[in-house]
Design a protein around this ligand. Structure first.
Ligand SMILES: NC(=O)c1ccc[n+]([C@@H]2O[C@H](COP(=O)([O-])OP(=O)(O)OC[C@H]3O[C@@H](n4cnc5c(N)ncnc54)[C@H](O)[C@@H]3O)[C@@H](O)[C@H]2O)c1
Ligand SMILES: CC(C)=CCC/C(C)=C/C=C/C(C)=C/C=C/C(C)=C/C=C/C=C(C)/C=C/C=C(C)/C=C/C=C(\C)CCC=C(C)C
Length: 474
């Protein structure tokens, strides 16, 4: 489910990132972001079905139709997200740790910056509860957050919601032709054409540090096969737990990282199925949407196996599957502890058991799917840990207590001089467009620190102290 592939504004960061490398990807527009299949209630005895249409007005009209008594609240809540999005969409998006750039944007776009600053500490529930009272609708808003943040509205920063709830209508959800793997392929091509060198199968075991005066400085990396690369700046796109636990070492854990671990915990991983199914399963059913979310019991929304995610990209790009077949990628949050300590036989048997139950639940929404399965590949949180090299297979950090909106998340600098983090362990967190923002910010900050971009060093230090203080006390 790709955000950020729009062709206008400043928030289409995936388009911009590829363009910076002279690349463009062909995409297929999705008519909806997601089709929600939700439990029956007194108000919705046949279940609550909502499609998030590409056109904002169509989505709002559909939701108002399901909750007519909350029409005003629905419009007010979603419209407020546009205030954030429209502000973000006028700024040049770079490092929030660079005071010269920030003040420059304040001068150019004072209203947009003040609007954003006014939401910096706000979470979604602060706004939704202001306008909406119906508990089922508030649970729907929780789910609207959960499917990308894996936490409820109370723990989801409004800044992120503004991006997600609006970009899906503004730039739309667009699927890259040839599959999502085309994104890194094109990035690698663009980088190589510009003189960079990508080293594959290079497992970083250790980030090398040296004491320089009172400071610890990162000076290089050592790979598992013993090769060493030295550099002025080291950027880790692994999770913070992997970066600091295994590559820096627990014995050198800076206090700011200890504070991070108190504020954030690991989100669950996923149980994942990749199925090949007969195309006939979907034939004669009109235009079937690519993304679906299925919840059978509102009280289990956040539990393992409580929310099912389904993505069927060959419906948008048939070249991804053999003729007459479709891909069904179905996944659900799951914890690594559910899969530890099993014998090989028990592990395999559990995969069979859980996938069979999962397929039954899919068959209730897509009748005939169970009969139509011709291929099945199952992954567990252990698979995520092994192949993505993510601690406990985690989807990323989630707040362990109510966060101070966007201010709680670390940005790109770390307590180790010359070491930066990018990716979903940094602001604004999970999401492809989100991690591209973190990449843009990181590149800008590094460029300032090595003298490639202008900066005001005299103001930098106090500003960083201020940001660290706010974060460590949030
Ligand atoms: N849009 C969707 O449908 C969807 C679905 C799931 C996830 N996502 C998002 O995708 C985002 C991806 O974020 P990301 O880029 O921060 O994480 P990532 O896990 O995709 O990238 C980390 C990279 O670092 C590499 N790596 C890890 N440890 C290493 C080591 N020791 N040595 C060398 N390389 C190492 C990994 O191989 C991987 O390529 C997530 O935030 C998630 O939200 C999106
Ligand atoms: C500093 C201070 C205080 C102040 C200042 C003010 C200002 C200027 C501010 C600014 C800010 C900014 C710039 C910000 C930015 C932000 C951003 C960019 C954000 C972004 C975000 C994004 C996101 C979050 C996204 C997400 C997404 C996701 C996660 C997705 C996911 C998906 C999945 C998982 C799939 C699903 C599937 C199905 C349903 C089937």
């Amino acid at each position: 489910m790709m955000f950020g592939f729009g062709d206008k504004g400043t928030t289409n960061l995936l388009t911009r990132c590829l363009a910076a490398l002279g690349k463009k990807i062909e995409t297929v527009p999705d008519q909806t972001q997601v089709f929600y299949h939700l439990p029956a209630s007194e108000a919705h005895p046949n279940g609550l079905n909502v499609q998030v249409w590409r056109k904002y007005e169509d989505f709002v009209a559909e939701l108002c139709d399901r909750f007519p008594h909350e029409s005003n609240g629905i419009k007010a809540f979603y419209d407020e997200n546009w205030r954030i999005f429209n502000s973000l969409n006028t700024l040049e998006l770079k490092s929030l740790e660079e005071i010269r750039y920030l003040l420059g944007e304040f001068v150019k776009h004072p209203i947009a910056c003040l609007t954003l600053a006014s939401y910096a500490t706000t979470n979604v529930a602060d706004i939704s509860r202001k306008y909406i009272k119906d508990p089922e609708l508030l649970r729907f808003i929780d789910l609207e957050c959960f499917i990308w943040s894996t936490v409820s509205a109370e723990l989801t920063p409004m800044m992120n919601a503004g991006m997600v709830f609006c970009d899906r209508h503004y730039g739309g959800i667009n699927y890259p032709k040839g599959g999502v793997g085309r994104i890194p392929e094109l990035l690698a091509e663009g980088l190589t054409e510009r003189g960079s060198h990508v080293v594959y199968k290079a497992n970083v075991k250790r980030i090398l540090t040296e004491k320089q005066g009172n400071e610890t400085k990162a000076v290089g990396v050592e790979l598992a096969d013993g090769r060493v690369y030295r550099g002025k700046s080291i950027v880790s796109n692994a999770t913070r737990w992997d970066t600091f636990e295994s590559m820096i070492g627990e014995d050198q854990l800076p206090p700011s990282e200890q504070a991070f671990r108190e504020r954030y915990k690991k989100a669950p991983s996923f149980f994942t199925m990749h199925l090949g199914v007969e195309a006939s399963v979907f034939e004669g059913k009109g235009e079937v949407d690519c993304h679906h979310v299925i919840v059978n019991d509102w009280s289990k929304l956040e539990d393992a196996y409580g929310t099912l995610f389904v993505s069927m990209p060959s419906l948008l790009d048939p070249s991804l599957a053999p003729p007459g077949k479709h891909i069904v990628h179905a996944f659900t949050p799951d914890w690594i502890d559910n899969w530890q300590g099993l014998s090989v036989q028990d592990y395999e048997a559990k995969k069979e058991e859980v996938s069979a139950q999962f397929i039954d639940r899919l068959d209730a929404v897509f009748p005939g799917l169970k009969q139509g399965v011709v291929f099945k590949e199952v992954g567990t949180p252990r698979t995520h840990r092994r192949f993505l090299n993510r601690n406990a297979g985690t989807y990323g950090p989630i707040p362990s207590r109510r966060p101070l909106g966007m201010l709680s998340m670390p940005l790109n600098r770390t307590a180790v001089q010359g070491l930066y983090c990018a990716g979903d362990s940094t602001f604004p967190g999970q999401g492809v467009n989100a991690v591209v923002f973190s990449g843009f910010g990181c590149a800008h900050r590094v460029a300032c620190d090595i003298g490639l971009e202008p900066t005001w060093p005299a103001l930098d230090k106090p500003f960083h102290k201020f940001l660290d203080y706010v974060r460590d006390n949030s």
